[in-house]
Ligand binder design. Structure first.
Ligand code: NAG
Ligand code: NAG
Ligand code: NAG
Ligand code: NAG
Ligand code: NAG
Ligand code: NAG
Ligand code: NAG
Ligand code: NAG
Length: 420
């Protein structure tokens, strides 16, 4: 009876000891999905020259070291000892799974409770400006943790921002109407677990995201439509599922499309050499995504001047902005018209010389073309010239005649004197 009680007591104490040991060595491991993990196998009390090591996963043997040999239960799996030759019996898990991992080494157990954490962005990959991105924190050991989010400038998200919304007890962050400045590494901190999970938010858009840009060109000049992006999608290794195209718009529909860049060295631009009057109109660069397109619009206004009989005419075509004026300007005068009919403004200059047609928007000169008017007065001068020449010629002749007459007189008077 006494012995029996003692046995039970000893047994209880032994069990308690084992329980305490196990509890003391149950180590919580929080691992981010995709990161490899190394679980150390704690040294046993007796430093055996030839130890036996067993790694278990959810109570099943997976890796063993015995009689100086390594045994792997599932040969195809990626886990391994750190370096058994150097007596490093830690378990290396390149692609860890959640669960309980135990190392038994000469009677001593080290147990790890491995929890996986993941930060998922949806949609994934490169996103266009204006898109909504949802970042979701996931873990099997769902408990009430204190979670905080930080933007690329390491500024804490409070949830009171206009475009950033915290949901699910901070387990998710929604970034609405993505902007170029949202591009970068965001972080989610699980405070009690000491986890700092990064997420690279990738935003792409046009560099000058103006609604539309108006360009002015003279006939026969070169026009460059430039559509630089915040990131050159052809210079990043990751495939971005979009194409950059250039297109002509007629009213609201697309008339002609061409792929703008298909080569990593190309600049995202479209050049029109010798632009013509008919080229005026609306153009777009468009970045096509899976579920959202970005576009940048250009309005091209083309101008040229002509002479119709005595009048100088300045013609424009294209989407003319309100507050547009056409002006004919010379050295000493300027005449403008803001209600020109048939997209032209004609003026008959009274004086010859250099005339300039300027297109002004809100008194800002956008483009000018020079035109030199040949003067009628110059022609009159040319006609007068021969007479002047003749007059000068007659004067010289008269002068010569006078000289001859004097000479003759002198000679005659000398010979008369001699005769005397
Ligand atoms: C385990 O034992 C080895 C050899 O004695 C020693 O080098 C190592 O530091 C020990 N590791 C731990 C975690 O105690
Ligand atoms: C959620 O985040 C905000 C801002 O960081 C913080 O003030 C709040 O305590 C968090 N709530 C939880 C449940 O973690
Ligand atoms: C444009 O160039 C063509 C050929 O080079 C020429 O015939 C035409 O007169 C030019 N037009 C204008 C408005 O300068
Ligand atoms: C790029 O596209 C143009 C037409 O848009 C085409 O003529 C050219 O051959 C293409 N170049 C490459 C390298 O695909
Ligand atoms: C261009 O983008 C604007 C908004 O940025 C959109 O309203 C418009 O429909 C787009 N145009 C085309 C042709 O996709
Ligand atoms: C401008 O100058 C020309 C001569 O250079 C003159 O004939 C003309 O009358 C002047 N016009 C005005 C408006 O002053
Ligand atoms: C401006 O243009 C309109 C329409 O062509 C014309 O009736 C008007 O006389 C012009 N004004 C001037 C100052 O030339
Ligand atoms: C037009 O004439 C002005 C004044 O002489 C001059 O400054 C300008 O460079 C000329 N522009 C062109 C395109 O010839």
């Amino acid at each position: 009876m006494n012995m029996g009680f003692k046995d039970i007591l000893v047994c209880f104490i032994l069990h308690l000891g084992v329980l305490l040991t196990v509890t003391a060595e149950l180590i919580q491991k929080n691992v981010i999905v995709g990161e490899h993990v190394v679980l150390p196998c704690l040294n046993g009390t007796d430093q055996h020259s030839n130890p036996t090591i067993t790694w278990k996963y959810d109570n099943k043997d997976i890796l063993k070291y015995m009689h100086s040999k390594t045994y792997k239960v599932d040969a195809s799996s990626s886990y391994a000892f750190g370096d058994e030759n150097k007596r490093d019996f830690s378990l290396v898990l390149p692609d860890p799974k959640e669960g309980i991992y135990t190392c038994i080494r000469n009677g001593r157990e080290s147990t790890f409770d491995l929890k996986l954490w993941e930060l998922i962005g949806s949609p994934s990959g490169y996103l266009p400006v204006g898109e909504t991105l949802k970042l979701q924190l996931r873990s099997s050991g769902a408990q009430s943790f204190k979670i905080e989010w930080f933007n690329p400038e390491k500024i804490k998200v409070t949830g009171n921002e206009a475009r950033w919304k915290l949901r699910d007890n901070n387990w998710s962050l929604q970034i609405e109407d993505l902007q170029v400045q949202d591009h970068g590494n965001w972080e989610c901190h699980v405070l009690s677990r000491g986890l700092r999970m990064p997420y690279k938010v990738k935003v792409i858009g046009f560099l000058n995201p103006l609604e539309s840009e108006t360009m002015f060109a003279a006939v026969n000049s070169t026009v460059i439509f430039s559509c630089p992006l915040t990131i050159n999608p052809f210079k990043i290794s990751e495939t971005v599922p979009e194409t950059l195209i250039f297109r002509r718009m007629v009213k609201e529909s697309i008339k002609k499309e061409t792929t703008l860049i298909n080569n990593s060295n190309d600049l995202p631009q479209k050049i029109i050499h010798k632009v013509q009057f008919e080229d005026a109109g609306r153009y777009q660069c468009a970045l096509k995504f899976r579920h959202k397109d970005l576009n940048k619009t250009f309005n091209l206004v083309v101008m040229h001047v002509s002479k119709v009989e005595e009048a100088l005419c300045c013609h424009i075509s294209g989407p003319v902005l309100p507050m547009t004026q056409l002006c004919w300007i010379s050295v000493n005068m300027s005449i403008c018209n803001c209600s020109f009919a048939e997209d032209k403004f004609c003026y008959t200059p009274e004086t010859p010389g250099l005339w300039r047609c300027s297109l002004k928007v809100e008194n800002d000169v956008k483009i000018s073309i020079n035109y030199t008017v040949e003067g009628r007065k110059t022609e009159e001068n040319k006609n007068k010239f021969p007479w002047t020449e003749v007059t000068i010629g007659a004067g010289i002749l008269l002068f010569l005649l006078l000289l001859i007459m004097i000479a003759v007189c002198v000679v005659t008077s000398k010979s008369f004197k001699q005769k005397k």
